[in-house]
Design a protein around this ligand. Sequence first.
Ligand code: ADE
Length: 216
Amino acid sequence: MFTGLLDCSILKRAQDKKLVEFAVHNLRDYTTNKHRRVDDYPFGGEAGMVIQIEPVDNVIAALKLQREYDEVIYTSPDGEVFNQQIANQMSSYENIIILCGHYKGIDYRIREHLITREISIGDYVLTGGELAAAVMADAIVRLLPGAIGDEQSALSDSFQDNLLAPPVYTRPAKYKGWQVPDILLSGHQAKIDEWKLQQAIERTQRLRPDLFEKKD
Ligand code: ADE
């Protein structure tokens, strides 16, 4: 599932252009037991299996021998909620490890000793962290210079500046009697820019007033 998502659209193009490289590692390849088991029963007797520390420690140690990492991230609903500021920050990183969470959890010592940051993509529970990692990868990689066609468009995204994007329209200017706002057809760039800003502010106030309270 995860590699399929990485090989689509912008993520695929960014890899083809050598802007980013992904390496997906299977924990089973870092086990030392005969059956390549990566989980075991929890101490204290709860239901469900827990990912063991050894294969996780092994994979992280093997990767760190090859290069330095800016962050070792664990995807979990307990984490800091991912947003555009975090995507911006991570787009400047050289190397990131993302350890995908597991529905019943991982040995807590991994989180205490090996992880530098825990990230959630929202207040809901996924079955595993793969989709969360793919969401983060998409949001981060599209910010890399050259990843999307129009360099300007990443800067004018919703959430840059904590404002939602203004509406956009294209031809035809009138469809079934539905009209594109006159200002956009006026050719008066300064007035158009002012209208876009007003729209961005109005939409943010109406739809996401919480964004206005963010100062960063
Ligand atoms: N794993 C399970 N649910 C998650 C979430 N909401 N965000 C990140 N990782 C998760």
